[in-house]
Write a protein that binds this ligand. Structure first.
Ligand code: F6R
Length: 574
């Protein structure tokens, strides 16, 4: 979704904001812009495309910036944020959706000439009018919040230099230094300056002017200053061409880190699960495939575990009762579809999440951080394997073999780089092959089906090749009709279902499919085979070559693997 950065301090704001926005581009890259305070009016620069198209040299020591993922209104310069009030005394950036923007226009702003098609533009106009009519900035902000309906994270700069921020349903974090403050959608823009962060709660609003003050419902509130132990280095490319490649390569380290969960945290989580009547694992996209594999791991440990993607599970949320536990899996902890489901249920929530201080982490009954560090590539890689590691460890804890489970994960982590290096020629050959294709099918059974879904998602979101994943048993019930000479059928040859999935592979092969296989055993039908060593946690090894192959295919196609078209990292709208 959109990324917000604000700066108030003693240095040039535009430089700090520009650098911060570069870190947030993964949240949206349709257009970008920034505004700095200045008398008599605010200075703005904005452009279609990435932050590189915006000038980092507008002067002023207080300002805001934005990188946009379009929801209301097309991708145009007019619709790019920041948006200004008519008198150019207020500029606003916004992430989220203002549901009642049409009513606001009619009721409060019928004399205003709008310059964009966005829902956002009502905010600066409202704020400007309220500032004129109110006795204080605080009163004006309160009045605006009273009027707005929807989900939003908003930051505004006034021409006199004050910075304002308020949120409801979308994240906002304050970075705190000596006499310098950052506002951002997440911690990555200010990690290079400070590790001190304050996470705003829903309905909080903040005014920064020399110091910062946070209010909620008219009252001044204190929010804890947290230390973020994420390394700024981890949020940089460190010599790799793309974040995605770096993040794939980091996985031997991140899986180890995920395996070092605190024993008492794991025991508390396993108690929650054992005492629950029913256990649901959920998430969206890649995280939903981790949830689905997690459900299989828990069922292996004897737990009644169900799984469904959050946006669908919400339609039967009334089946989830207060004696159940919902395990919510998410990299960002801000995914609207997931948070919306959790709002509907009374069951306890166990979060398996990466981003420290995210809404999911703060609102859950118990949190297991996967500790993958900042994941900047829009396509999830290291967060996925870290989620698998934590879920597998949870299953081992329930089985009363936490330490053995941990040792096994550490040993798996050691093999991740070898799987990439030993198969590097084959992975390259696979990407050379795929780049020529328009369609691809992925099949697998049981755990292999979840891997097929994840590998399929990686390929299509990065390369834009049409790809679909099926349970091996399902393929022959219709989709086989699409197989012709040279159709790629990528098969997860898992040991436990080898004979059955091998049959499905042969059914495709005999209709002319090119078979690409992955597993410990090669089948004679394979055109390309990726070899995986025997391991206790095979899924963590089997997915990695497809992350790399999808990455290489994307690069060969001239796409930007860090920023696939139309997508954004953190999807904070439903
Ligand atoms: C795909 C991908 C997405 C996310 C999904 C959920 O590579 O990254 O499918 O997994 O949008 O996001 P989180 O994990 O932040 O809840």
């Amino acid at each position: 979704m959109c990324g917000i950065v604000g700066y108030h301090g003693k240095d040039e704001a535009s430089d700090k904001i520009y650098r911060g926005l570069k870190k947030l581009e993964y949240r949206g890259y349709d257009s970008a812009g920034m505004a700095t305070a200045g008398n008599p009016s605010i200075k703005v620069d904005k452009a279609v495309g990435t932050v590189d198209n915006v000038s980092p040299e507008i002067d002023g020591t207080s300002g805001i910036g934005h990188t946009r993922w379009a929801t209301h209104g097309g991708v145009t310069k007019e619709n790019a944020h920041p948006h200004m009030g008519e008198k150019e005394k207020v500029a606003v950036v916004h992430n989220g959706i203002i549901d009642n923007y049409a009513e606001i226009k009619e009721e409060y702003l019928d004399d205003v000439e709008f310059t964009s098609e966005t829902d956002t533009e009502v905010i600066p106009h409202l704020l400007e009018k309220q500032l004129e009519a109110s006795r204080s900035i605080q009163e004006a902000v309160e009045n605006v919040i009273e009027i707005l309906e929807g989900s939003y994270a908003v930051s505004a700069v006034l021409h006199t230099g004050e910075l304002i921020a308020f949120r409801k349903g979308s994240p906002l974090v304050l970075g705190v230094l000596e006499e310098e403050y950052f506002i951002a959608s997440d911690v990555t823009p200010f990690l290079e300056h400070t590790e001190k962060a304050v996470f705003l709660e829903d309905d909080d609003y903040m005014i920064i002017n020399g110091d910062y003050e946070i209010y909620n419902s008219g009252d001044r509130v204190e929010r804890e200053v947290k230390e973020i132990d994420w390394d700024a280095e981890e949020a940089s490319k460190e010599g790799f061409d793309h974040f995605m490649e770096k993040e794939i390569r980091e996985q031997s380290k991140t899986v180890k880190r995920a395996a070092f969960q605190d024993r008492s945290d794991m025991e508390e989580a396993s108690e929650m699960i054992e005492e629950a009547e029913d256990v649901y694992l959920t998430g969206c996209g890649t995280a939903s495939f981790a949830a689905s594999l997690g459900a299989r791991y828990l069922r292996d440990a004897g737990v009644q575990a169900h799984t469904e993607q959050a946006h669908e599970l919400e339609y039967r949320s009334d089946e989830i009762n207060e004696d159940d536990v919902v395990i919510a899996v998410s990299q960002s902890g801000e995914t609207a579809d997931l948070l919306s489901l959790l709002e509907e249920i009374e069951a306890d929530v166990l979060a398996v999440v990466n981003v420290v201080g995210s809404t999911l982490a703060r609102t859950s009954d118990h949190t297991l951080y996967v500790n993958a560090g900042p994941e900047i590539g829009v396509a999830s890689t290291k967060a996925f394997t870290a989620q698998l590691a934590v879920l597998k460890l949870l299953s081992s804890t329930i089985d009363e073999r936490l330490e053995e489970g941990r040792e096994e994960l550490l040993s798996t982590a050691e093999k991740i780089d070898d799987v990439i290096d030993d198969n590097s020629e084959t992975i390259r050959e696979l990407s050379d092959y795929l780049v020529e294709k328009d369609h691809a099918y992925f099949i697998g059974r049981n755990h292999g089906y979840d891997l097929a879904r994840e590998a399929n998602l990686k390929l299509k979101e990065l390369s834009y090749i049409h790809a679909e994943a099926f349970p091996g048993g399902e393929f022959k019930h219709g989709t086989l009709a699409l197989v012709e000479d040279g159709t790629p059928v990528i098969t997860f040859l898992k040991d436990e279902s080898f004979d059955d999935i091998h049959s499905n592979m042969k059914e495709a092969h005999s209709r002319g499919a090119d078979i690409i296989s992955v597993g410990t055993k090669q089948a004679e039908e394979s055109l390309i085979h990726i070899d995986i060593p025997e391991d206790e946690n095979p899924e963590l090894l089997e997915v990695v070559p497809f992350q790399m192959a999808s990455y290489l295919t994307s690069v060969k196609k001239g796409n930007n693997p860090d920023k696939p078209r139309n997508l954004a990292k953190s999807v904070t709208v439903k």
